[in-house]
Design a protein around this ligand. Structure first.
Ligand SMILES: Nc1ncnc2c1ncn2[C@@H]1O[C@H](COP(=O)(O)OS(=O)(=O)O)[C@@H](OP(=O)(O)O)[C@H]1O
Length: 103
């Protein structure tokens, strides 16, 4: 996946209180979660337990100066969204550290 991302990648660690399935464009992330859980349900389980370490339910991907910071700040205003404070740069810089680091 990293090889296909040419620009800066921003990841958003969000606790979206959705009760449905994950949208198609988040399917790659969903697959990661399923792999980690050993398969099973197709929807990422929703958590409202703050403080637990989970993979993100949504990520923001964008090129440098593409306005991703502004998008993150707009999303953060929503009370049901919990987002990382700083950009984790998992896919472009720290992919080698693995999913345990990413949580
Ligand atoms: N809605 C909208 N319309 C036009 N321009 C916008 C918008 N939102 C953010 N911006 C501008 O996007 C620039 C920041 O983008 P990023 O958040 O991706 O910046 S960064 O790569 O993380 O530094 C930054 O540009 P500069 O001010 O030239 O640095 C922002 O002003």
């Amino acid at each position: 996946m990293r090889d296909h991302v040419s620009g800066k990648v921003h990841a958003l660690r969000a606790e979206l209180r959705w009760n449905g399935t994950v949208p198609a464009h988040f399917s790659a992330l969903s697959e990661l979660q399923e792999t980690e859980n050993g398969g099973g349900e197709s929807a990422i389980p929703v958590s409202n337990t703050y403080g637990s370490k989970r993979l993100p339910q949504a990520i923001i991907i964008g090129v440098k100066k593409g306005g991703t910071r502004a998008l993150l700040e707009f999303l953060r205003v929503h009370p049901d969204v919990r987002a990382v404070g700083t950009e984790p740069h998992f896919f472009d810089r720290f992919y080698h550290k693995g999913l345990e680091w990413y949580r």
